[in-house]
Design a protein around this ligand. Structure first.
Ligand code: FES
Length: 103
């Protein structure tokens, strides 16, 4: 496993998504109200909507284009819609957020 620094926690506004690009992959970052940080692929499985611009409610994000509800924990789209986005593990150490990647 490898950790890659991606952002400082203090620079993320709670419940407002941030797009980052890591090794050519576009990732949506979200700081939740408990200061945990979720990272998912920034591409809705429906029609590629930019999930970083979606509305966060609890541990879900609603796609800004057609309102698919996507879990920030599992990446799974809530029924009756279907699909899944990739999720990424994050760790926070001394206020710095890292993405955990497999080597
Ligand atoms: S592109 Fe996300 S719901 Fe349609």
């Amino acid at each position: 496993m490898e950790k890659k620094y991606i952002a400082d926690l203090e620079n993320l506004t709670p419940l407002i998504g941030r797009e980052i690009i890591m090794d050519g992959t576009t990732i949506a970052l979200f700081r939740l109200t408990d200061d945990s940080v979720k990272a998912i692929e920034n591409r809705c499985p429906h029609k590629n909507g930019p999930l970083a611009e979606g509305t966060v409610s609890g541990t879900n994000v609603f796609c800004p284009l057609h309102d698919y509800k996507i879990s920030l924990e599992t990446g799974v789209v809530a029924a009756p819609d279907e699909g899944c986005v990739k999720t990424y593990e994050t760790v926070i150490e001394n206020g710095k957020i890292y993405l955990v990647t497999a080597l």
